[in-house]
Design a protein around this ligand. Structure first.
Ligand SMILES: Cc1ncc(COP(=O)(O)O)c(C=O)c1O
Length: 452
């Protein structure tokens, strides 16, 4: 492929990358990607943490094709067999508690913004018109639309858009390794959770419509798992102040962290849940939100309808997602994740012997390695050293695709989130590639810094 042809796919990875400049993925099967030059690459991050069941399943393609030829398109609010089947499967088998109302969107960003609007509409329906702010967390990522950039805490993705967006109030995410509040668990008594109460007091509860957060932080903070007690404190505060509690499960849902939804780790019942990525496993560009009672009833009673997008709940996408979720259960893939997660974690933790790996954390089949210049002081590499992008390139050069993450002061994160079908020898391939890549890149960057 010529350089000009590559520039036509925009955005693409930065030009000048010795690995990505010449890489063109032409097919994928199971846990592997295949390039035009014949390279076979183990997809250790399931794309952007998407492909839970692996790639290239014929029965999913068949289901989507059948829906396309039989129906093609119907206005999103109308019932169709594929929409009904997927919505019923979600409410019956996947969502926590009683969440009877599901709306479909096209991306995680759209769905998170839809959840923000729904929280606002619910407050209006309840007569609390002054409530419009949605509290987010720093660090976090809820999407790239201007509303979700203002909600999220992704410093580098927000950069430059500040004048155009409504920045929402933030509480710190729970990041015990370098606590933003300077505290240590458990003596902190989850101060990062009680911070929410203090923020609500400062802003005024009568201005707050919702609180929106990832139950386990995705790639922005790299699998930050809250300490015991965190979520029960948050849920209690939200309930006490009539604040809509929104769980962004775009990345963590559908077995990724070892439970059907990450909120299930804590028996949490959000008011709204946001779904994406693993719901269709990469076979369809779709996402969804679901709401618990009495949100849908309150909106109906007030004559308020949530908005829809032209392609929301497209029949072929619903058919594909419905088949993906059927496969997860039929092949008992969540049980497989639960069985193999301790193996994957044990293998990844051997990387703590690498002098540049300061933390390995995660759950299920979602892990993050945190890379730093100095293990004792936790000193980071400079941002412009682009350490994690270089590590990603170096693992791809070794036949293993990993995904870089982190932002601002929580940076240099490498995410490992393979399809649920990988075996133990493939886990070993990931560990070897990462160990070699991290050593090669970090010692080179260190050498350059020392010489500069
Ligand atoms: C937790 C979370 N929320 C929202 C999004 C945005 O989803 P999308 O890229 O589909 O808009 C992402 C994407 O990475 C995510 O990880």
């Amino acid at each position: 492929m010529t350089k000009d042809a590559r520039q036509a796919i925009w955005p693409s990875v930065p030009m000048g990358s010795k690995v990505f400049d010449t890489l063109e993925i032409v097919s994928a099967k199971g846990a592997y990607l295949f390039s035009r030059k014949g390279e076979k690459i183990l997809d250790a991050s399931a794309g952007a943490v998407v492909g839970n069941i692996g790639w290239g399943r014929q029965e999913v393609a068949d289901a989507a094709a059948e829906a396309l030829t039989k129906l093609t398109y119907a206005l999103p609010p109308l019932a169709t067999p594929d929409r009904l089947s997927l919505a019923n499967r979600l409410t019956r088998d996947w969502l926590p508690g009683d969440m009877p109302a599901v709306s479909f969107f096209g991306s995680g960003s759209e769905a998170n913004e839809g959840a923000m609007r729904l929280a606002r509409q619910y407050q209006i329906a309840e007569g609390r018109e002054s409530r419009w702010k949605i509290i987010g967390r720093d660090v976090s990522y809820n999407g790239a639309s201007l509303a979700t950039l203002g909600l999220g805490g992704h410093e580098s993705r927000r950069k430059g858009f500040e004048p155009m967006m409504q920045k929402m109030p933030h509480v710190p995410a729970c990041y015990c390794l370098r606590c933003p509040l300077g505290k240590t668990w458990p003596s902190c008594q989850v101060a990062c959770a009680t911070e929410l109460e203090a923020l609500i007091e400062r802003e005024g509860a009568d201005t707050i419509a919702g609180f929106q957060a990832e139950p386990i932080t995705g790639t922005s903070g790299g699998a930050l798992i809250p300490p015991d007690g965190y979520w029960s404190v948050i849920a209690e505060i939200c309930k006490h102040h009539d604040i809509v509690f929104i769980a962004d499960e775009v990345l963590t849902g559908f077995g990724r962290t070892g439970e059907r939804m990450a909120v299930d780790h804590w028996g949490l019942q959000p008011d709204i849940i946001v779904l994406g990525k693993g719901m269709s496993g990469g076979y369809a560009a779709m996402s969804a939100i679901a709401a618990r009672r009495p949100l849908p009833e309150a909106l109906s009673a007030a004559g308020i309808a949530p908005m829809f997008h032209t392609y929301g709940g497209h029949p072929s996408q619903c058919a594909a997602a419905d088949k993906v979720l059927e496969i997860i259960d039929r092949e008992q893939l969540i049980e497989r994740v639960q069985e193999l997660a301790p193996v994957l974690e044990r293998k990844l933790r051997t990387l703590l012997d690498n002098p540049y790996v300061i933390d390995v954390r995660g759950s299920g089949f979602f892990y993050a390695l945190e890379i730093a210049r100095n293990k004792q002081s936790l000193e980071l590499f400079p941002v412009d050293a682009a350490v994690t992008f270089k590590i990603m390139e170096a693992t791809v050069a070794r036949g293993v695709f990993t995904y870089f993450g982190g932002t601002g002061s929580v940076r240099d994160i490498i995410n490992v989130a393979p399809p649920f079908i990988i075996n133990e020898s493939e886990m070993d391939m990931i560990v070897v590639a990462l160990d070699e890549a991290i050593t090669e890149v970090c010692s080179q960057v260190e050498h350059n810094l020392a010489g500069s």
